[in-house]
Design a protein around this ligand. Structure first.
Ligand SMILES: *Cc1c(COP(=O)(O)O)cnc(C)c1O
Length: 229
């Protein structure tokens, strides 16, 4: 019941933020981030009609997805991905949000080709240039987009970022604006296998600001499932 009402509350806040900025809320998908939460909690959300889930750790995700069923939900990989785990990410996930090097893209492409899949991916940008975070630097993102679009078994459908945590979410706004501008710059290149449909940005603390700035995918964990252990 709690999970269901949390999701409802967040959906309402997404609607309000979309309206405020003249957007249609149907253009925003809420991804329930279930990392370090048990499969039973995901099942509760599925039973309540929720469809999209985000996971960060391959091993943990595979165990839960095997339990719940690969087709029972749309699975988003939002954690840091090592090339040697690309095979599993391709097998289990509908959208990989965290591609930040050509090397990783190349390996995902290779694994996708093996199983005859076109893998949907996002390019992750380290938007505030934090040394502790993954993501490509803004200075290299155009070059990466130009190379990744050459891979036949990848489809690039947008960008992802994770700004620093601020007590006041307004402080994240400039970073969301910046990601949107980079997205427009890439769109203008008209690259093959690429369309800038998605901006994956906004978490529990700042998703309303992200929606105001154009987020199409918001990734919310704590506000749905509670604090993580
Ligand atoms: C954990 C995580 C989230 C969710 O964070 P909350 O603050 O719990 O909403 C979103 N995105 C990424 C990449 C994460 O790792």
């Amino acid at each position: 019941m709690q999970i269901q009402s949390n999701i409802k509350k967040i959906q309402d806040e997404i609607c309000a933020a979309a309206q405020k900025s003249g957007r249609n809320a149907s253009g925003v998908t809420l991804i329930a981030v279930s990392k370090r939460k048990p499969a039973e909690m995901i099942q509760q959300a599925i039973d309540a009609g929720h469809r999209d889930f985000g996971e960060n750790y391959i091993q943990e995700a595979m165990e839960k997805i095997d339990l719940l069923g690969r087709e029972s939900a749309t699975w988003h990989f939002i954690g840091h991905l090592q090339s040697n785990k690309a095979k599993f990410a391709v097998k289990y996930f509908d959208l990989i949000h965290t591609v930040d090097t050509v090397k990783l893209a190349k390996e995902i492409n290779r694994q996708a080709e093996k199983i005859g899949k076109i893998q949907e991916i996002l390019l992750q940008v380290n938007i505030a240039r934090e040394t502790t975070k993954s993501g490509a630097q803004e200075s290299e993102i155009m070059d990466i987009a130009n190379q990744v679009c050459q891979f036949d078994n990848l489809h690039v459908s947008g960008l992802m970022c994770m700004p620093p945590f601020f007590d006041d979410p307004e402080e994240a706004r400039i970073y969301f604006k910046r990601l949107k501008q980079i997205s427009k710059d890439i769109e203008a290149l008209n690259l093959p296998h690429t369309d800038m449909t998605h901006l994956s940005m906004g978490m529990s603390n700042d998703f309303t600001v992200a929606v105001e700035e154009g987020a199409t995918l918001v990734r919310v964990g704590t506000a749905i499932f509670g604090a993580r252990p």
